[in-house]
Design a protein around this ligand. Structure first.
Ligand SMILES: [Zn+2]
Length: 222
C-alpha cells in the first residue's frame, strides 16, 4: 500500500462480518485550494476518495463517519433486500477517482434501501459531483442538480443543525448550487436571503462568501 494509507478492521453493522477499510493518515493530506461550494483540492492523496466505506460481504455502503451507526430496522432492510443482490467484491486498498465514484454510488444505493434522510443524499450527491469535477466530466452538473434538490428538501423538512451543518450554511449551499446549475435568479434569491438573515451574522466568513458569489451572479445576469 502506498505511503499515507493504512487499513483498519471494521465489523459491518448489517451482516456482522469483519472487513478492511482503507483510511488516510491526516498528515498525508495537503490542501491546495477550496472551491466556492467547499470542494477541496489536494496535493497528493485525496481523502474524499476514501470517505465512502463499502462492506465487501453484503454491499452495505455509507460515508465513513456514519457507517457504524445505522438503526436496526435499516440494517434489516439492507440484509433482506440488498445483500441477496450483492456480488462480493472489495473496494479496499488504493482508490482512483473512478473507484471512488463507484463507492459513493453504492452509498446512494444503500441510502435508497434505508430510506435515508435528504441530508444524507445531499452529502453523497455533492461528493460524487466533486469527484466528476476532478475528472473534468460533465456528469458533475447532473449530481450538482441532485444535491441542490436534496439541500432544498433539507431546508424545508429537517431541523438544524443537521449533521454539523447549520441553517446559514444550507442556505449558502442552495444559492451556490443554483449558481452552478445555471439558475442565476434562484441563486440571487438564496444569497440575498442569507445576507439579510440575523442568524448568518454569527458567520462573517460565510456572509462574505455569499456577497462575493452574489456579485458574480449579478454580473452574469447583466
Ligand atoms: Zn456487511
Amino acid at each position: 500500500m502506498i505511503e499515507g494509507l493504512y487499513n483498519k478492521e471494521i465489523v459491518c453493522p448489517v451482516c456482522s462480518e469483519s472487513f478492511q477499510v482503507t483510511k488516510v493518515k491526516s498528515r498525508a493530506c495537503k490542501v491546495k485550494s477550496r472551491d466556492s461550494d467547499f470542494c477541496v483540492h489536494y496535493d497528493g492523496i485525496n481523502p474524499i476518495f476514501y470517505d465512502a466505506w463499502v462492506c465487501e460481504n453484503c454491499g452495505y455502503a455509507n460515508i465513513s463517519d456514519k457507517f457504524e451507526e445505522i438503526p436496526h430496522n435499516e440494517a434489516d432492510a439492507l440484509r433482506e433486500k440488498l445483500m441477496p443482490k450483492w456480488k462480493k467484491h472489495s473496494l479496499g486498498g488504493e482508490r482512483n477517482v473512478d473507484t471512488a465514484i463507484e463507492a459513493f454510488k453504492l452509498v446512494l444505493i444503500s441510502h435508497d434501501y434505508r430510506k435515508a434522510k435528504a441530508s444524507e443524499f445531499a452529502k453523497a450527491c455533492l461528493r460524487i459531483a466533486w469527484l466528476y469535477r476532478y475528472k473534468g466530466d460533465e456528469e458533475e452538473t447532473r449530481f450538482i442538480r441532485h444535491a441542490l434538490e436534496y439541500y432544498k428538501e433539507v431546508y424545508e423538512k429537517e431541523s438544524f443543525p443537521v449533521d454539523k451543518m447549520d441553517e446559514s450554511t444550507c442556505v449558502y449551499m442552495i444559492g451556490e448550487l443554483s449558481n452552478r446549475s445555471g439558475d442565476y435568479n434562484e441563486a440571487v434569491k438564496w444569497f440575498s436571503r442569507l445576507m439579510s438573515s440575523e442568524e448568518a451574522r454569527k458567520k462573517p466568513a460565510l456572509i462574505e462568501a455569499a456577497r462575493e458569489q452574489y456579485q458574480l451572479v449579478k454580473d452574469k445576469l447583466k
